[in-house]
Design a protein around this ligand. Structure first.
Ligand code: 13P
Ligand code: SF4
Length: 443
């Protein structure tokens, strides 16, 4: 009898490590597939080269001047997994309350296990303020998250990103010059953007997803706008519609479209803004009639999910519950049973009392961790190809060990500091988000 190939959907759900899955694929021990066998090597093999590196964003265009990581000392590149694990634990124990380690849900298991706080981008923004006595906040996530932590933490606290090449291809799809240019073109069509009409409403309120640079958050803060995350996008859009005729939403078209559609905004009142085209590729009439102008950005992890994958999951697993992240395309969100932020996905699975099959449309590290955490359920990623977020995956335990041991030695490496010219307005935009309450909420 021939052995049944071990596919991702049938792999025993006991090992949360995506790295182990990738190593098994590359060594031939697993018949699963990965989008890049380069994922099996340490990120230092490609850190000094331009590009997002292997993984879901590898086909995206990296901006000129994107931060690169210098060479990691050989001691960390050559250490075994066990040695790195022990060194991280020892450094953390030595540092004690002097350091707090934050980890996004999409971080690899070998990193997440060392985090003092694990969460989605909204929760981690809060966690950045939770230990004001810590000298350093080590942010195991991506660049915009570390910038946000720097904005919200005390000025004396050093925010450290273990690998400077851990950016976000979606955040890079809106740069500040393009956004300034868009604003000028909107003013040509809509008139003075800073003066409210007779009803007290501004022509347009800029709303930026948390996944954007501090410079863009600063732009939003200067123009009466606000930041949102995937867990509060609806609340934030309600806030914006109370203050403006329309919203300019960037950089993620999908989160903007999915949220506004669920609020009843018709699709024909959501024109797309392509920054490479005059007037974003729209007509003055479409801009004038719009309710939400959607920036042409997307997440390359969530763009991998398709309606066909959902149809296949339903055909092969009758009764499956399909939950996807709102960064997925609208057709995928519409075909799913539920959509929500990483924390919503996690809580929905945690709340299921009966053994259930879940097909999840979000980053593989979170999905595989949930599968290991809840063995009573069958949990699999909708995308059968193992393809983590390229930039989240750049945070390898080698870098975490390096930044922590540097702190032990009295050296702060890889500090992320938001320039003072944008820090003030960017913080205003973030504070508006933190203060925004859902309709009907009791404070
Ligand atoms: P949340 O953590 O807000 O769910 O966002 C997911 C994401 O893409 C982070 O990069
Ligand atoms: Fe950016 Fe998508 Fe990766 Fe999040 S998952 S960091 S949005 S590329």
């Amino acid at each position: 009898m021939s052995a049944t190939p071990l596919t991702l959907q049938s792999r025993p759900a006991t090992d949360p490590s995506v790295d182990h899955a990738i190593q098994a694929i590359v060594s031939g021990a697993s018949t699963d597939s990965t989008c890049s066998t380069d994922l099996a090597v340490g990120p230092w093999d490609f850190d000094t080269r331009p590009g997002y590196g292997p993984g879901s964003s590898m086909g995206d265009v990296i901006p000129t001047g994107a931060p690169r990581q210098g060479e990691l000392p050989a001691a960390y590149r050559e250490a075994s997994d066990e040695e790195l694990d022990a060194r991280i634990r020892a450094a953390k124990a030595t540092l004690g309350d002097r350091v707090v380690v934050l980890g996004h849900f999409y971080q690899r298991e070998e990193v997440v296990r060392h985090a003092d706080y694990v969460g989605d981008s909204f929760q981690l923004a809060g966690a950045a303020t939770s230990r004001p006595e810590a000298e350093a906040i080590v942010f195991c996530g991506v660049h915009f998250m570390a910038e946000t932590a720097d904005l919200l933490s005390r000025p004396e606290q050093a925010v450290i990103l273990p690998n400077l090449a851990a950016g976000c291809s979606m955040a890079d799809m809106a740069d500040i010059d393009q956004v300034e240019e868009c604003w000028e073109q909107l003013a040509d069509v809509l008139g003075d953007l800073e003066t409210p009409d007779a009803a007290g409403l501004l022509p347009v309120i800029p709303v930026t997803y948390m996944n954007s640079s501090a410079a863009i958050k600063g732009f939003v803060g200067r123009h009466g706008g606000i930041v949102c995350t995937s867990s509060n996008a609806r609340t934030v859009l309600e806030w914006a519609f109370e203050r403006g005729r329309r919203v300019l939403f960037f950089p993620d078209q999908h989160l903007g479209r999915n949220t506004a559609k669920a609020m009843g905004v018709p699709l024909d009142r959501m024109p797309m803004w392509n920054p490479r085209k005059p007037l974003g590729g729209s007509s003055p009439e479409a801009i004038d009639d719009s309710r939400v102008i959607l920036w042409h950005g997307f997440c390359s992890v969530h763009r991998r999910f398709t309606v066909d994958q959902i149809d296949k999951a339903r055909a092969e697993h009758p009764g499956v519950r399909v939950i996807v992240h709102p960064e997925c395309p609208m057709e995928v969100v519409d075909a799913a049973d539920e959509a929500g932020s990483t924390d919503v996905i996690r809580k929905a699975i945690g709340a299921a009392t009966e053994p259930t099959t879940f097909a999840v449309g979000t980053e593989i590290n979170l999905v595989q961790r949930l599968a290991a955490q809840y063995p009573q359920h069958e949990i699999f990623c909708l995308d059968p190809v193992v393809c983590p977020c390229s930039t989240m995956y750049r945070i390898h335990p080698g870098y975490l060990a390096w930044v922590l041991e540097s702190l032990v030695a009295g050296e702060v490496v890889n500090r992320i500091t938001v320039p003072s010219s944008v820090a003030g307005p960017a913080t205003v935009a973030l504070e508006r988000m933190l203060a925004a309450q859902p309709h009907g909420a009791v404070k």
